[in-house]
Write a new protein. Structure first.
Length: 113
């Protein structure tokens, strides 16, 4: 319950008995249970609203995800991986990348005659 061990729960109950006293404990327990019931009702209402509003979209997304996962298994798509340019050409040497990024500019020097 809430990630608490039985020892921690018993310590909380004992502190509650000493702080509240025996005459106010039934009122406090009733208040806590009523609050928990209200929170649970609000959460289930919010969940129902979300399912009603987003249900068709979520179902469509789940269907699309299932289709994409089934397409991953197609052998034709696996063969397309072999056509990747990096695999066909091989690695590009660093000097080719530098040359493409910084093209050499040529200037014509005209000498005065």
């Amino acid at each position: 319950m809430f990630g608490l061990s039985w020892g921690q729960i018993s310590i909380i109950v004992l502190v509650g008995v000493f702080v509240l006293g025996p005459e106010r404990i039934p009122t406090a327990v009733s208040w806590v249970l009523t609050g928990a019931r209200k929170v649970r009702t609000m959460a289930s209402g919010a969940q129902a609203d979300l399912v009603r509003e987003l249900g068709p979209e979520i179902a469509d997304l789940r269907r699309q995800i299932a289709e994409l996962q089934s397409m991953r298994q197609l052998p034709e798509l696996r063969e397309l991986l072999d056509l990747a340019p990096g695999r066909l050409i091989g690695p590009i040497p660093p000097d080719a990348v530098d040359a493409a990024a910084n093209p050499v500019s040529t200037t014509i020097n005209r000498s005065a005659s």
